[in-house]
Design a protein around this ligand. Structure first.
Ligand code: ATP
Length: 219
């Protein structure tokens, strides 16, 4: 059975969620107050509907309360975003993901019942900063405020050492969860695994420990 989602607000953020969910073979009802956007998404979404999401009766008549997960991607109109979240919560939507513009908006959304609050511009900014700060960090994924998963490119220095030689967990407080090598990926590598030049290490740990590890062993 296909998973069902409703996406409210078809700006750049909401629109890309709709397209990606469809790519991932989900059923998506796309909702926006702007008929022009609904026309654009008529051939993309499973169903595209013009509605004002601050109108409880309209949401009820669309049957949105029966859908397992609703994403509210209204950005600039903070009042509409909060009111929509409140109504959806009251209608009993099991899972609500909502986009916030700033700290205050995020705080209010959590108070009125958003299960997950996303801040795409801020999160992407953090990711890009962590990617560009070092040539060895290929990608960076925030797990929490302080912990991340990073992909590190082995350019020389630690090549030829085994994981046990480097005593990574004890010395640096991070764990190597996988090694990518020539198109293959080895998950949970053994302690006697030799690191080779051009390996990509996927590590998990605190941001501080990951940066310390990268500084000490990758320069
Ligand atoms: P982007 O994702 O492009 O950064 P944004 O954060 O600037 O967008 P807005 O453009 O403010 O967000 O809103 C996204 C969409 O939400 C718009 O297409 C807008 O028409 C829609 N929207 C705003 N208010 C409502 C509402 N009450 N009901 C339904 N849709 C709404």
């Amino acid at each position: 059975m296909k998973r069902e989602f409703v996406v409210i607000g078809l700006g750049r953020f909401g629109g890309s969620i709709v397209s990606e969910l469809i790519e991932l073979d989900a059923d998506v009802m796309a909702v926006d107050i702007d008929p022009g956007l609904i026309e654009d998404y008529a051939d993309i979404a499973t169903q595209a509907v013009v509605a004002d999401s601050t109108d409880e009766t309209a949401l009820r008549s669309l049957g949105i309360h029966n859908v397992e997960h609703v994403i509210v991607a209204i950005g600039e109109n903070i009042q509409a975003s909060i009111l929509t979240t409140l109504i959806l919560k009251e209608l009993g939507v099991p899972k609500l993901t909502v986009k916030a513009q700033n700290d205050h908006h995020e705080k209010v959304l959590r108070k009125v019942g958003a299960d997950k609050v996303v801040r795409p511009e801020r999160d992407m900014g953090i990711r890009v900063a962590n990617n560009v700060v070092s040539n060895n960090i290929i990608d960076y994924l925030e797990l929490s405020e302080e912990h991340s998963i990073a992909e590190l490119h082995v350019s020389g220095r630690i090549a030829g050492h085994t994981l046990i030689d480097l005593d990574i967990r004890a010395q640096y407080g991070i764990n190597i969860v996988a090694i990518k090598r020539k198109g293959t990926i080895q998950v949970s590598p053994q302690a006697d695994e030799m690191i080779e030049k051009d390996d990509v290490l996927i590590v998990i740990g605190s941001d501080l420990d990951i940066h310390n590890f990268e500084k000490k062993l990758f320069h």
